[in-house]
Design a binder for this molecule. Structure first.
Ligand SMILES: Nc1ncnc2c1ncn2[C@@H]1O[C@H](COP(=O)(O)OP(=O)(O)OP(=O)(O)O)[C@@H](O)[C@H]1O
Length: 475
């Protein structure tokens, strides 16, 4: 298995002192895990190397024979403004630093600075360069309006415009080394999106999915980082964790919004430092997997409410893909219906049936709280009992009623869209709210997430209201 170079663009080290170049290279390759490096001791060769076009970052010495660092910096800013330059000088002089920054340097470091400080700056410069390249790439793709790799999205059935823009965005960021956050309600297809990102990523390792919801601290560490033999009672053999298994591939952390706060700290450290320690080991291992995380929560709200660390949130959402719910892309329903009919017909060994055209109206009027997963299971249910030529709409209607939605055509037929139709007196506002909440809890079998969806409020808001009602304080 060949290892992908990091970063995707070249990092050029320029210094006339060969021993310093060697030691810098070792720091970058070792603790920095930066592998795409070229080094030059002759300043006259720099512009030619940049003209070849694969260098994105230059670490530049100032005092050199032939061309000084400052002269080179000015020429790079003029001829290759897309290249990021960090100056690494032997001189700790404010005026020189200011003049280099004015000429367009991203940072000014002194060679005697601590290794960590140099690495941190180089990492920031790489990130900055990656963002610039991604922006450029995104502009190019949006202008082009075509997908470079449509086969990566083949399992995702859609003809929706918003979904197509999402695919273009994914193509633009898939090769970045930064994490990608995928959000969207339950059942919208987040896992399929994570798989597409993996297919388009740079590495050729596997996709390793882990559901991290509610994992205890120790289980999380052991699952992700593995352990050394003897690390705890029962650890008879060393075991590699999922981070290692996903090397050169993708680690897909699902349900990230339900990750406990102690585990959030560990994940943050992994992302910040790019390394981790298996349980019982003092030998660090490098993170070599691409990280994709997904959640059905509104992570921003969770962060504001203190349930999710701010610093981790900002790290994770370096790239953010939000998948719209099915009710916002109803134009996909006919395609999806055909797709799930074909899929289920194969599973049940039946012929693909035709269906009444009213079925599309029925589905189009439904809100699909369970999104595509719900549509899929409706179709499978219908197909499991199907025996004639035409598919029956009965099981679809029943499923909608279970979710608390009276199919629109039925309600219209009864002329009873108004829920107070048969009430001689209407209830007070607070009594109506109380009854609504009680009814949602009854229909959802006391499942607060489902009940809150029916009521169109967040689960914490419902929980607060239930508590107020219990305490007799609801207005
Ligand atoms: N666009 C699509 N085309 C075909 N099938 C889809 C599509 N989107 C989702 N599905 C199917 O719907 C089901 C739910 O998708 P998936 O598991 O990816 O959702 P999810 O958003 O990850 O849900 P959760 O938040 O509950 O983990 C799967 O069976 C998946 O194959």
């Amino acid at each position: 298995m060949s290892e992908a170079l990091y970063p995707a663009f070249g990092v050029l080290l320029v210094d006339d002192e060969a021993p310093w170049l060697r030691s810098l290279r070792m720091t970058l390759e070792g603790p920095g895990a930066i592998s795409n490096i070229t080094a030059l001791t002759d300043s006259r060769l720099v512009m030619g190397a940049l003209d070849r076009g694969d260098i994105g970052l230059v670490l530049l010495d100032l005092t050199m024979p032939y061309l000084s660092g400052q002269e080179l910096l000015a020429r790079i800013a003029e001829e290759h403004p897309e290249v990021t330059v960090v100056v690494l000088s032997g001189l700790n002089q404010i005026e020189t630093a200011v003049s280099c920054m004015r000429l367009g340097a991203f940072d000014y470091l002194v060679k005697t600075d601590e290794e960590d400080r140099i690495l941190e700056s180089v990492r920031r410069a790489i990130r900055m360069q990656e963002l610039q390249l991604e922006n450029k790439e995104m502009r190019r793709r949006f202008l082009n309006d075509r997908l470079e790799c449509p086969e990566a999205f083949a399992p995702i059935v859609t003809s929706n415009k918003a979904m197509r823009s999402i695919f273009q965005y994914i193509e633009a960021v898939a090769k970045s080394t930064q994490p990608i956050l995928v959000t969207g309600e339950s059942g919208v297809g987040k896992e399929l999106i994570a798989r597409a990102i993996h297919t388009l990523s740079r590495g050729d390792g596997p996709l390793v999915p882990v559901n991290v919801a509610g994992l205890e601290d120790n289980v999380f560490t052991d699952t992700l980082f593995g352990h050394k033999k003897g690390a705890f009672t029962g650890a008879d053999e060393s075991r590699s964790g999922m981070v290692e298994q996903a090397a050169e591939g993708t680690l897909f952390l699902d349900e990230i919004g339900d990750l406990s706060l102690p585990c959030q700290v560990k994940l943050l450290r992994l992302l910040q430092e790019g390394e981790y320690y298996p349980l019982g080991s003092d030998q660090p291992k490098q993170l070599r997997a691409r990280i994709v995380v997904a959640t059905h929560h509104d992570l921003s709200k969770k962060k504001d409410a203190g349930g999710f660390r701010k610093d981790l949130y900002f790290r994770l959402r370096a790239h953010h893909v939000h998948i719209p719910p099915l009710r916002e892309r109803k134009d996909d329903i006919p395609l999806l219906l055909d797709h799930f009919l074909k899929e289920s017909a194969e599973v049940f060994g039946k012929k693909v049936p035709s269906y009444p055209k009213e079925l599309l109206t029925l589905l189009g009027n439904y809100s699909f709280p369970g999104n595509l997963r719900e549509l899929r299971s409706m179709v499978y249910d219908a197909m499991s009992v199907h025996s004639s030529r035409m598919l029956s709409m009965n099981s679809f209607r029943q499923a909608m009623e279970v979710q608390g939605e009276v199919p629109a055509e039925q309600a219209a037929a009864a002329g009873e869209q108004n829920v107070f139709y048969s009430c001689p007196e209407i209830p007070t506002l607070s009594a109506a709210v109380e009854q609504l909440v009680a009814e949602a809890m009854r229909r959802s079998d006391n499942n607060q997430s489902m009940a809150s969806r029916m009521l169109g409020i967040s689960q914490p808001a419902l929980s607060k209201r239930l508590k107020l009602q219990r305490d007799g304080k609801a207005e």
